[in-house]
Design a protein around this ligand. Sequence first.
Ligand code: SF4
Ligand code: SF4
Ligand code: SF4
Ligand code: SF4
Ligand code: SF4
Ligand code: SF4
Ligand code: SF4
Length: 363
Amino acid sequence: MSNLFPKFSRTQDNLNIVMEQRLLKQTNRLILKSETCTGCGICIEACPEEAITLGRLGGYGTGAVIDDAKVSIDAEKCSYCGVCVIMCPFNALNLKIDEEEKLPILEKEGFPEYDMVTEIDEEKCVRCTICDEICPRDAINRDVPLFEGADDQGVLRQSALTAKTEFTVDDEKCNLCGICGAVCPAIVVKHKPFSPETGVIDGKVIWNEDLCDACQVCVEACPEEAITVLRTVESKKLPGKVTIVQEDCCTCTWCSKNCPEEAITVEKIFEGDISAAVEKCPDGCDICVDVCPCNAIHMQDNGKIAINSDFCMLCGACVNACPGEDIIVLKRTGIRVKGKETDLFVKIKEKLLAPKASKVREA
Ligand code: SF4
Ligand code: SF4
Ligand code: SF4
Ligand code: SF4
Ligand code: SF4
Ligand code: SF4
Ligand code: SF4
């Protein structure tokens, strides 16, 4: 009977690869979201049990099947400590103890976490679309109400900009001809019953602000030039809120470098340099362009790649995917973390700061 536990398994559930350890009274599960994993290899260096290895295709794997994942985790070697979960800069790992997300390393001895700076200054942000469109990790949450024009039934539009419209009719000039009411659904010209007592037309022009979009058609149509429509924009920003979803942000800085209002502050979690000896690249190779999670590499007109270090967050995915010897070289010089740097972290940091170069991999 004593041989029944622990039991181990490595299974796939869609694109999640699940490493499981079943103890008599507890089930530990480490889940790799293989589509989110970039193959950066940071977990490999972080794992204190050396339970993680680079997948067969390295950073180029897709994770469509277990053997194709970018990293392979040994369910038996793993101690289900959670260090890799904390260190993965792409939030591609989850640890569940009896279905509850937990990080035992924090309870046992503590562990620092990345000191992420990903801020949007709400005062400066005008809720444009740039950061949302530009972010390569889909980490921007743009919660801005949609502009909805009034439909046939007169359902009210949602005003996108905060604006105020003033409509005035000069009673001296207006002869209550009814033309403005005929051209615009926001205006009704009401005539009082025509009475032989006065023998003249009496009434008023009634205007509904909610239906008026300040198009000025009434102003143009009025034969007496009696109407003035004045629209003032009170706030030149859209309503709503734009935020960075920190778990999905890898600090590439695309958004902060391109925000037209300079409203975003992002600090990269790694410092250092990257270089590529592109003269050694085999013709036609663009693997690194494909795998870079930060959209930091592009193919130049001369058929050779170039790395824009402004957007590189020094993850190492390209180093792991590149099939050439010593073509890409990555040197990290610092890691931004908060919390006490424990002995285990200091060891991991040493590994992460050691220079890395691409290698020819066996097929
Ligand atoms: Fe490991 Fe990097 Fe994949 Fe995260 S993204 S699981 S650290 S290889
Ligand atoms: Fe390694 Fe701990 Fe992650 Fe398991 S949970 S793979 S032991 S770092
Ligand atoms: Fe636009 Fe900048 Fe606001 Fe993003 S943070 S919506 S880029 S103004
Ligand atoms: Fe997206 Fe990069 Fe900005 Fe993070 S830093 S929100 S990943 S664009
Ligand atoms: Fe009066 Fe001019 Fe309207 Fe005629 S179109 S009802 S004159 S405001
Ligand atoms: Fe990562 Fe930078 Fe390489 Fe892109 S260029 S894969 S961000 S190390
Ligand atoms: Fe291919 Fe490596 Fe050159 Fe990128 S750097 S094009 S992956 S050989």
